[in-house]
Write a protein that binds this ligand. Structure first.
Ligand code: SAM
Length: 282
């Protein structure tokens, strides 16, 4: 018999009140309680029934429930021990499809816990959102990473930096390090009033899907290059890249005018310069 993906559950507000889950600012807690909105977020990756998912920071379990309603198998890591009794109730409702890990997502081996091909979905705590993203983006690509997609809520400003196009104010390291081997888009804007308590700024859900990485590029070369180029983003490349051995030669080899500024270069230009840097240091 197919599993009922929608067992009756108490309203999230009741769960929060019963377990005394007053939002902690230090843990970046802004809860989402609107089940329709949560279902729309959980639908973004387009997971098949029985797909695998990994969630960071389930909190009282709103997004967790929505992910489970898609029919997915889910591993979720929560740092706030106060949330564990509420999450244990959810585990009882979905005994075969939910596993909760009590701990810090920065320390957990997500690949080992969630397994190959998992979709990562999270309403991220603001203070660890970017380091977690960078960690997932830095995973080995063989020819794809272990995760199938990232569906992540960020503050709008961070979301804009991830999807930014060349020539815009938000274009920088995060855009290049994301887009050189993945497609990234803002899948949904979320008004601050959707959260309890409302944060100061607007938010957005970013959807990232990996592509096969271009051949012969080491991530470390791209990281050094973008750090130098955008470290002094208003300067010409011939100035900002002066301290990076081989970079000016690489610019010439690729045919990029050293008088240009970093923000005018396409992601593909950075990839080509990094390729030359790699060849030069081989
Ligand atoms: N998923 C819930 C929702 O959408 O309503 C809660 C989202 S809230 C923005 C962030 C959650 O991440 C909180 O439950 C917080 O306790 C948890 N958290 C914060 N830092 C964490 C960390 N390092 N590892 C795991 N969870 C963390």
């Amino acid at each position: 018999m197919p599993v009922d993906p929608r067992p009756a559950l108490p309203p999230l507000r009741d769960v929060i009140a019963r377990h005394g889950l007053a939002a902690s600012k230090a843990l970046g807690q802004n809860f989402l309680l609107d089940e329709q909105l949560l279902d729309r977020i959980a639908a973004i990756p387009g997971m098949p029934q029985g797909g695998r998912a990994f969630e960071v920071g389930p909190g009282p379990g709103g997004l967790t429930r929505a992910i489970l309603r898609t029919g997915a198998h889910l591993v979720a890591v929560e740092r706030d021990q106060r949330c564990l009794p509420a999450l244990a109730e959810l585990q009882e409702a979905f005994p075969d499809r939910l596993r909760i890990i009590s701990g810090d997502a920065m320390q957990v081996d997500a690949r080992a816990e969630a397994g190959e091909g998992a979709h990562i979905i999270a309403n991220l705590p603001y203070n660890v959102g970017t380091p977690l993203l960078v960690g997932w983006l830095s995973a080995p690509w063989e020819p794809l990473p272990w995760w199938a997609s990232l569906t992540l809520m960020f503050q709008m400003e961070v979301a804009e930096r991830i999807v930014a196009r060349p020539g815009t104010d938000h274009y920088g390291r995060l855009a290049v390090l994301t887009q050189w081997r993945a497609d990234a888009r803002i899948a949904m804007k979320v008004h601050r009033s959707a959260f309890t308590p409302p944060p100061k700024v607007m938010s957005a859900v970013v959807h990232i899907t990996p592509r096969a990485a271009p051949d012969g590029i080491a991530l470390r070369h791209l990281e050094r290059l973008t750090a130098a180029a955008f470290g002094q983003r208003r300067k010409m490349l011939r100035q900002s890249l002066k301290g990076l051995p081989g970079a000016i030669d690489a610019l010439e080899a690729v045919g990029i005018d050293p008088q240009r500024r970093a923000e005018t270069l396409a992601v593909e230009d950075f990839v080509e310069i990094a390729r030359h840097l790699g060849n030069a240091t081989r």
